[in-house]
Design a protein around this ligand. Structure first.
Ligand code: M7G
Length: 322
């Protein structure tokens, strides 16, 4: 059976979230008795041939004038579309999905939380290890092993230590340049999040950044100053990866404070840490300073396991059970 057959068999259960501004809709349902999530997003206007915008054959197919007042006119219209070259919507299917997916795509109250180094060490570290199990990273390993999406790879450095794969993120429609969204997935498996970074990783991150910029500019002719390159804390997937997004693309929460941290900033912070006396390795036995020593402030939704299992109990003065 094809992926399309699966999608067509979707039985709607409830709306998880809807954003009328961003034109997105998240639906929960079942396919052959298993839970599934559909996330749909209306695409950006296609501007490859703006001269045909008003054309009844190739642009606005039909129009309905709602109102006219002096020089102001407002219409509703349908647009010439095709699923292969100019689609109306980007539709993602997660099937079968887990409870974590359902929570992630559900509307929920958000909170700012402060993760101290102690909270990280005592609770969050364990949580991160749990989240790397149970096949959650299968899609990442499929990419790294060329078992999935290999035909879409933009650039690969095969080195086990510093290598990575640059490829389109599933959020990208693959055509709209101003919403270009690529992911960098590193080959090494020892970095779960930026918490694992120390000044020793500066050359790795700097060279990765440089190679990504070169690859994007040669493949898409996009200069580096049109790209936002950032990481997430907390990410959803604990295998180190970097987001490479067109500067014109408004990603909402995914690219804002409380979640996104510029890769350049990470490198700068590590360079400063390198200069700290305690990291000089002067033989005093002092530990290497790194991102594990920072207080990290970020946004969490109430459905997120980190909120439920760690920050909500801590806020109530209770001991988290993780
Ligand atoms: P994140 O910061 O861990 O989580 O980023 P987020 O989803 O909260 O942003 C993971 C990134 O990987 C996101 O930008 C996802 O859109 C992307 N992604 C997730 N999956 C399951 C896939 C996949 O199967 N293929 C590709 N190419 N990208 C994916």
């Amino acid at each position: 059976e094809t992926a399309e057959d699966d999608l067509r068999a979707f039985k709607f259960e409830r709306i998880l979230n809807q954003d009328t501004g961003r034109k997105t809709l998240n639906l929960l349902g079942t396919i052959k008795g298993l839970p599934a999530i559909i996330t749909a997003e209306k695409t950006a206007f296609n501007t490859t041939s703006p001269s045909t915008f008003a054309s009844p054959e190739e642009g606005l197919l039909s129009l309905n004038l709602l109102q006219k007042n002096d020089i102001y006119h407002w219409f509703m219209g349908t647009i010439s579309q095709s699923a292969t070259s100019n689609a109306a919507a980007k539709v993602n299917l997660i099937y079968p999905c887990t409870d974590v997916h359902i929570k992630k795509y559900s509307a929920q109250q958000l909170h700012m939380v402060v993760e101290t180094p102690e909270i990280y060490e005592k609770y969050v570290k364990k949580y991160i290890v749990q989240k790397t199990e149970g096949g959650r990273l299968n899609w990442v390993y499929n990419i790294l092993d060329h078992k999935a999406e290999s035909e879409k790879i933009v650039y690969e450095d095969e080195d086990k230590e510093v290598g990575f794969i640059l490829l389109p993120d599933l959020k990208w429609d693959l055509v709209t340049m101003t919403s270009l969204y690529l992911s960098v997935i590193v080959h090494r498996t020892d970095i779960r999040s930026i918490r694992d970074f120390t000044p020793a990783h500066i050359p790795f991150l700097s060279s990765l950044r440089h190679k990504v910029l070169t690859a994007v500019s040669s493949k898409y002719s996009l200069p580096g100053d049109l790209l936002k390159i950032y990481v997430h804390y907390q990410p959803s997937y604990y295998h180190f990866h970097v987001h490479v997004v067109h500067i014109s693309h408004d990603m909402g929460a995914s690219a804002t404070v409380g979640k996104a941290i510029l890769l350049d900033e990470v490198i700068q912070v590590l360079k400063l840490m390198e200069k700290l006396p305690s990291s000089a390795g002067s033989g005093s036995g002092s530990e290497i300073v790194g991102y594990k020593d920072l207080e990290m402030t970020y946004v969490l939704g109430e459905e997120h396991d980190l909120w439920k299992k760690i920050f909500e109990p801590l806020g109530k003065g209770e001991e988290p059970s993780i």
